[in-house]
Design a protein around this ligand. Structure first.
Ligand code: NAD
Length: 389
């Protein structure tokens, strides 16, 4: 089978779906790879490196025209404007693998189905141990968490570490991480490496041990959190009264910190608002909020996705697509995830729909949206699971 890699067209997207190392891995397993000229350039991978790894290099039209499987970082759905042009290039029976935003943008899944492609949306990957080597959400959240800590450090008018110098002693910055999931844990670890004193909070009781293991002091709000875990590590959506109590209790904690990195998210929902405008006004001027939930509406009431706003001397950074700003290593991780996914699904012939990973990530097949959750979002009746390939 021939795997096609196209240049990403989402604005500011620096990543590429396969690196030369991932090409070698796939070639060894018997796949051919055809990459669009310049696809890896923004991430630091030259066409020559792909060619040396055994890939052919061609035009975009050639990749869409010849490849059996198209791999992307942001496929249509996750790239609704610039990605639209690709819909006309796809052909029935072709396979598409990438981030397709099927939960936030289910209408795009309908359009993809209309092209007749078999699309796999990596956001739908089940959160099971076996799937971890293919988990792009986790690998990219790791990069985003790291970068969020750097953004906070760069925007703060203070140093992160404690310094004892002839010019006096500098006290360390205090960083508060809300949401100790994949991104939050990496933000904690990075802020700690830079010398900050880090506190963390999460609704999931299991997060305490994880946050402490990377060096954070865990903040308990004393809220009842039984039943908060929705499976796979995801937090359940709580009612507005719960969030109101959270905001009330978080106000004092937020005001005590120099930098807040917020990552609290709930699958398929708008991110909970945990920091109000009033709480921002309670922070010291010069403080910084990096809101990693900006793309999902933001954890701070004042967040504007993709922008930095300043209110009462507090900077609120609406961070979006942060993994794309570290394209070299984000692509290494993404590429490895993709290669593992391809080997899992196509390594032994056609897709085996009795396998949980394959079945749950399958979004469209033979002209239909087949994922039950996405069908429900679209108001479509359930379809029997497709059989065969
Ligand atoms: P996420 O991006 O959905 O959310 C980020 C964090 O925000 C989560 O830890 C969540 O509990 C927290 N959160 C949600 N609402 C909150 C609120 N009101 N207040 C405070 N915090 C809130 O989650 P994620 O980072 O993708 O994953 C969370 C956990 O899932 C990870 O720590 C990991 O243990 C587990 N996980 C498992 C697998 C696997 O087994 N394959 C894969 C990925 C993640």
């Amino acid at each position: 089978m021939l795997i096609g890699v196209v240049r990403e067209t989402y604005p500011g997207e620096g990543r590429v779906a396969l690196t030369p190392a991932a090409v070698v891995q796939l070639r060894r397993a018997g796949f051919g790879v055809l990459i669009e000229a310049g696809a890896g350039e923004a991430a630091g991978f030259a066409d020559q490196a792909y060619a040396e790894g055994g890939a052919e290099v061609g035009s975009r039209a050639e990749v869409f025209g010849r490849a059996d499987i198209i791999v992307q970082v942001r496929g249509y759905g996750a790239n609704p404007e610039a990605g639209r042009a690709d819909l006309l290039r796809l052909r029935p029976g072709q396979v598409v693998v990438g981030l397709l935003e099927p939960i936030a943008n289910p209408e795009a899944a309908l359009e993809l189905a209309g092209t007749g492609v078999t699309a796999f949306a990596l956001e739908l990957l089940p959160r099971i141990t076996r799937a971890q080597p293919m988990d792009v959400l986790s690998s990219q959240a790791t990069v985003a968490g790291y970068k969020a800590a750097l953004l906070a450090a760069a925007a703060l008018p203070k140093l992160f570490p404690m310094l004892i110098t002839a010019a006096g002693t500098i006290t360390p910055a205090k960083v508060f991480v809300i949401g100790a999931g994949v991104a939050g844990l990496q933000a904690i670890a990075t802020a700690r490496r830079l010398g900050a004193v880090v506190s963390a909070y999460d609704v999931r009781p299991a997060a305490r041990e994880e946050a402490e293991s990377v060096g954070a002091k865990f903040i308990e709000l004393g809220l009842e959190t039984a039943g908060v875990e929705a499976g796979g590590g995801y937090a359940r959506a709580m009612d507005e009264e719960f969030y109101r109590r959270q905001r009330e209790l978080l106000g004092r904690v937020v005001a005590e910190h120099d930098a807040v990195i917020s990552t609290a998210m709930v699958l398929g929902r708008r991110a909970p608002v945990l920091i109000t405008a009033e709480m921002v006004r309670g922070m010291r001027p010069g403080s910084v909020i990096v809101d990693l939930a900006a793309e999902r509406g933001g954890n701070c009431e004042l967040t504007r996705p993709g922008e930095t706003v300043e209110v009462a001397g507090v900077k609120i950074i609406g961070a979006v697509n942060l993994a794309a700003t570290v394209p070299y290593d984000a692509s290494q991780m993404y590429g490895r995830n993709i290669a593992n996914f391809i080997l899992h699904v196509f390594g032994r012939g056609g897709p085996d729909l009795t396998d949980e990973i394959t079945r749950e990530t399958l979004l469209t097949h033979r002209g239909e949206v087949v994922n039950p959750r996405v069908r429900q979002l679209l108001g479509l009746p359930p379809v029997p699971a497709p059989s065969g390939n």
